[in-house]
Design a protein around this ligand. Structure first.
Ligand code: ATP
Length: 372
């Protein structure tokens, strides 16, 4: 009973809502396949929670339609939408035990008593809280309380699970563990899920697909890999950790795409191009991820050229160098280009020091339309 894949597609089309003069959400459309884990990602105030609330039925007067399995549910009150909700503040009933909290939705739906008991046991095992069913929420850690909230939301087999920043109240150490738990449970149950977060890393590691939002509308919908390697806009590139955005003009050299960066003479090769970039000659931006920049000691240019004959070669000065575990983060001052952020395996840059003059190779970039 626990391990099933729900057979419902979820579709939202042209969702929108206006508060006074503020169009908080406009034209938001996406579809979710059964068992998929989707994340609404974006900066504070971009409308993520508002979309979640519309789906949950907590905003009555909105535009657009919501359907589960092809049937519209947007006219139904929240308690008839068969949606499980988990909020950042857990929202457990303080006077009920863990088991009573988990069984709440089952009692409301009038499950037979023996099925309720069996389901509560199943849920306690799923979230690894066996033996703690008689405790009250205030006798649990934050991570345990969030697992109870998850068990309560999953117990009645919702068509859709909505998670509103469920990890943001947990400290950093705990968050990673609960994140892994949550995704593991979602995979095992095949529960169709929408997560809301402003944390890019959380979205990247947890989601099948990400709906990136900006100022009330959708900027891009893609898998984490695609969003990172092929952002459609400058906003998407920056929000997913662009590291470096340089401006220039898009060029075409036979079959190859290139960009002529302002301040550099030689054009740079482009591996991927957003479909919205205009024709050759259009203003464009190059998104250079930090790991696409390689540095060596100044007298070691030959090694760079031998390894990466197609890279764009230049020189710079190390103005900051920090080691984060096995990765070194360098900030380089590159004449004509300004500050570039570079991330390399720590072992590779062992000999380099602050203020060293270095040879710099830009291996690759992704081409974007130039932002406003
Ligand atoms: P956060 O990550 O900070 O929670 P969010 O992306 O979830 O942000 P929303 O809470 O959806 O953003 O808010 C979107 C916009 O709508 C914001 O400008 C917010 O101020 C506005 N807004 C939300 N609810 C209301 C309301 N009930 N009345 C007026 N404005 C609202």
């Amino acid at each position: 009973m626990l391990y099933r894949r729900l057979g419902q597609n979820v579709e939202v089309r042209k969702l929108g809502v206006t508060y006074g003069k503020v169009e908080a959400v406009r034209d938001v459309s996406f579809a979710i396949t059964p068992g998929e884990f989707i994340t609404l990602l974006g900066p504070s105030g971009c409308g993520k929670t508002t979309v979640l609330k519309m789906i949950a039925g907590l905003i009555p007067d909105h535009r657009g339609m919501i359907a589960f399995g092809g049937e519209r549910i947007d006219h139904l009150p929240p308690n008839r939408r068969n949606i499980g909700l988990v909020f950042q503040n857990y929202s457990l009933f303080p006077h009920m035990t863990v088991s009573e909290n988990i069984g709440y939705g089952l009692r409301m739906r009038r499950w037979p008593a023996d099925s309720q008991a069996a389901r509560i046991r199943e849920m306690l095992a799923l979230v690894r809280l066996e033996g703690l069913g008689a405790r009250k929420p205030d006798q649990l850690s934050g991570g345990q309380q969030q697992r109870v909230a998850l068990a309560r939301a999953l117990a009645f087999q919702p068509d859709l699970l909505l998670l509103d920043e469920p990890l943001s109240n947990l400290d950093a150490g705990l968050r990673e563990g609960v994140r892994t738990d949550l995704r593991g449970i979602q995979r095992r149950t095949g529960q169709t899920t929408i997560l809301v977060t402003h944390d890019q890393e959380e979205a990247m590691v947890m989601s099948d697909r990400i709906v990136l939002m900006n100022a009330g509308r959708i900027e891009q919908i893609d898998t984490p890999e695609q969003l990172y390697s092929m952002p459609a806009t400058e906003f998407a590139a920056r929000f997913t950790g662009a590291g470096n955005i340089l401006y220039g003009v898009y060029l075409r050299d036979g079959e190859a795409d290139r960009i002529c960066i302002d301040g550099l003479e030689a054009p740079m090769s482009v591996s991927t191009r957003a479909s919205t970039v205009g024709p050759p000659g259009s203003p464009a931006a190059a998104c250079i991820r930090p790991e696409q920049i390689v540095v060596r000691a100044r007298n070691d240019v030959a090694t760079l050229e031998a390894f990466w004959p197609h890279a764009l070669m230049t020189t710079g000065q190390v103005i900051d160098l920090a080691f984060c575990g096995g990765t070194a983060i360098l900030h380089l001052d590159v004449p004509g280009l300004g500050l570039l952020k570079c991330a390399r395996p720590a072992m590779e840059v062992e000999g380099l020091r602050f203020s060293d003059h270095v040879a710099v190779a830009i291996l690759d970039c992704h081409l974007l339309p130039r932002g406003e």
